[in-house]
Design a protein around this ligand. Structure first.
Ligand SMILES: [Cu+2]
Length: 160
C-alpha cells in the first residue's frame, strides 16, 4: 500500500510526466523509475538505470542483481582513462545513509550480460536487486526511449 501511495503522490506532483514513473521499496530504500533503452533484436547486452535513495541512518550496499532476461547482471560504472570513458565492473555499489545514488547514462549502471531475450519498447522485465541491509527486491524495468519528461525528472533530482 505504501508503494501505491507514493505513486499517487508522484502523480499529483508531476502530472502527466508521472504516467511512466514507478517506484519500489526495500525497507528504507526507495528505488525510483528503473528503465532501459530499447535495443536492436541482435543485442547481446543491455543496460538498466534507476535511482536509489537511502532514507535510513544505516549505510547500505547493492551486492548483486539478477534477471530472467540475461545470464548474469553486473554492476558497472564509468571511469575516465585519458580522454576515454570506459566501463568498469564493480564488486558492489555503496548506498550511503541519507544519500541518493543515481544509475544513469555515463555513470553507474547495471549491465545485463548475455541476453536470453531482448525486451522491446513498451515492455517491462523484472530485475531482482540484492542489498546488504534492505534485503532483496524485485523491480520492473520499463523499456523506453529517454524522454524530455524524465530528463526533467533527473534535473530535479540533481537539485537535491
Ligand atoms: Cu556496463
Amino acid at each position: 500500500m505504501t508503494a501505491l501511495k507514493v505513486l499517487l503522490t508522484s502523480a499529483l506532483l508531476l502530472g502527466t510526466a508521472a504516467v511512466s514513473a514507478h517506484d519500489y521499496h526495500a525497507a528504507d530504500l526507495d528505488i525510483a523509475h528503473p528503465w532501459a533503452r530499447p535495443l536492436p533484436p541482435v543485442a547481446t547486452v543491455g543496460v538498466t538505470y534507476f535511482t536509489v535513495s537511502n532514507q535510513s541512518d544505516t549505510d547500505d550496499v547493492l551486492l548483486s542483481a539478477e534477471s530472467p532476461v540475461s545470464e548474469t547482471v553486473e554492476i558497472h560504472t564509468h571511469v575516465k582513462e585519458g580522454d576515454m570513458m570506459k566501463m568498469r565492473k564493480l564488486d558492489e555499489l555503496a548506498i550511503p545513509a541519507h544519500k541518493e545514488v543515481i544509475l544513469a547514462p555515463g555513470g553507474h549502471h547495471l549491465m545485463l550480460m548475455n541476453l536470453k531475450e531482448v525486451p522491446t519498447e513498451g515492455e517491462r522485465f523484472p530485475v531482482t536487486l540484492h542489498f546488504k541491509e534492505a534485503g532483496s527486491v524485485e523491480v520492473e524495468v520499463a523499456v523506453e526511449t529517454p524522454s524530455a519528461s524524465r530528463q526533467h525528472n533527473a534535473a530535479e533530482h540533481s537539485h537535491h
